[in-house]
Design a protein around this ligand. Structure first.
Ligand code: UD1
Length: 423
């Protein structure tokens, strides 16, 4: 199995292009199920999760072609041949549950496997099911599968307030409501940029939606949606990840396609830590103000708060900050698995429940470490950039789920990162 070898070698300088957002693409793709006309996505990221979603959509009868070296996804669901999302695919990727809303809306019924646990926590589906029940769905759990059907064969508009602003439940509700009869309102909706992107695409397909990016989304159901072409929004998590490379290793890097509005809360924390970020014509530039990083406290929150998907990477930077930082994780119950791996590299971290206390050390030391999930893996690579000696990160299949051409992008700014045969 492949591993990534990182040799700590000082400053990084140059440009890194940022891809389309994995999480946006994974919700835009199931939108193809809502229409019998073609949906084309441009600026798609080249990732294994996208292949998994293509396979799932294919199993339902959609035709998905990857064109232009994977940057364009041409999809068509003229014939929907199945409404069943099998455990074999869903267990690999939780975002598979995003077919539930579209299938229910188009066919009036769907059978979708429960995803099961994953490395970062239990991740139940109750918020999805109660949101869809508000649109007239009846959902029953049998044999590990959610069996959902629209009472009377068609969803109808309804109002629902979520107890927590779940990203996926918001996406399922919005997609389902586009074809429901009448008006639907979702209160305490999630406001992430990926949801705004989904709504913009659905609007191009003929949906009538207002309020995206706020906590109340209003959807006026229409009889049918048509084809569209839509560019996937920039990946704010890939952006934030690479912004940390010069913050950790020194140097100045321009992130092509980046915008501060996508990562404002993260930029605020970098500023506190002593890292400058400014916009350029082509994206964003990042540079440390001095040769040290200040300790900062971070609390993950729903958008526009600090993203949980950047917590592990931020911890990698804070390992060598001056002073003690507190990182509080409020979104997932078990998302500090990178901490013991960073400790193998000499970090001083104490985890208690949802809080990690990170006492800055002068320098990390390279070590063999193991990736446990997507963002944890990349935090270990970032840590390795400025560590003394070599860091070997194994189980890199996690990385291939969310970072395209990671080694090439880091090599382009002078980092010594290569893929090797490992355990
Ligand atoms: C999405 C992102 C993921 C990110 C997360 C939070 C995609 C494909 N993935 O995941 O990268 O980390 O948002 O920003 O877009 N929950 C429930 N019941 C539910 C649904 C969720 O209790 O029915 C809980 C989860 O266990 C978790 C929290 O809500 O603790 C956040 O989950 P949610 O916002 O739904 O995240 P995802 O959409 O799964």
């Amino acid at each position: 199995m492949d591993a990534i070898l990182v040799k700590g070698n000082g400053p990084v300088n140059g440009q890194i292009p940022i891809a389309g957002a994995k999480n946006a693409c994974l919700t835009l793709m199931p939108a193809t199920l809502l229409s019998d006309e073609p949906l084309t996505l441009t600026n798609a990221p080249r990732l294994s999760d996208i292949k998994t979603m293509s396979a799932l959509l294919g199993s339902l009868g959609a035709e998905v072609s990857s064109l232009n070296d994977g940057l364009v996804l041409a999809m068509s669901t003229h014939n929907l041949s199945s409404v069943r999302a099998d455990y074999d695919i869903v267990r690999k990727m939780r975002a598979s549950n995003l077919v539930l809303g579209p299938l229910l809306a188009r066919e009036g019924h769907a059978v979708v496997s429960l995803p099961g646990g994953c490395a970062i926590g239990a991740r139940p589906m109750d918020l999805h099911t109660s949101a869809l029940e508000a649109l007239g769905a009846e959902i029953e759990l049998k044999d590990g599968y959610l069996h959902a059907k629209a009472i009377g064969g068609k969803l109808k508009g309804g109002t629902h307030e979520m107890r927590f602003a779940s990203v996926g439940a918001t996406e399922n509700f919005v997609m389902a409501a586009t074809l429901a009869k009448g008006t639907s309102v979702l209160k305490n909706a999630a406001r992430e940029p990926e949801i705004v992107d989904l709504v913009q695409c659905l609007r191009k397909m003929g949906a009538q939606i207002d309020g995206e990016g706020t906590s109340e989304i209003i959807i006026q159901g229409v009889d049918r949606l048509h084809g569209a072409t839509h560019p996937v929004v920039t990946d704010r998590i890939e952006l934030g990840t690479y912004m940390l490379a010069p913050a950790i290793a020194g140097g100045e890097v321009e992130l092509l396609g980046g915008r501060i509005a996508l990562v404002q809360s993260f930029v605020d924390k970098l500023d506190e830590a002593g890292v400058d970020v400014w916009e350029t014509d082509a994206g964003l530039k990042v540079k440390r103000r001095s040769d040290h990083i200040n300790a900062v406290d971070v609390r993950t929150e729903v958008f526009p708060g600090f993203p949980t998907d950047l917590q592990a990477q931020m911890m990698a930077m804070l390992c060598t900050a001056q002073g003690e930082s507190n990182l509080e994780e409020t979104i997932f119950e078990n998302r500090f698995m990178h901490a013991p791996e960073l400790m193998r590299m000499g970090a001083d971290i104490d985890v208690h429940g949802g809080v990690a206390k990170v006492k800055g050390v002068k320098r990390l030391k390279g070590a063999p470490v193991m990736a446990t999930d997507l963002r944890a893996s990349v935090s270990l690579i970032l840590a390795g950039l400025a560590a003394e000696g070599e860091t070997l990160v194994s189980r890199v299949y996690h990385l291939d789920r969310g970072y395209e051409k990671l080694e090439q992008k880091l090599q382009a700014v002078g980092a010594k990162v290569e893929r090797v045969q490992g355990n």
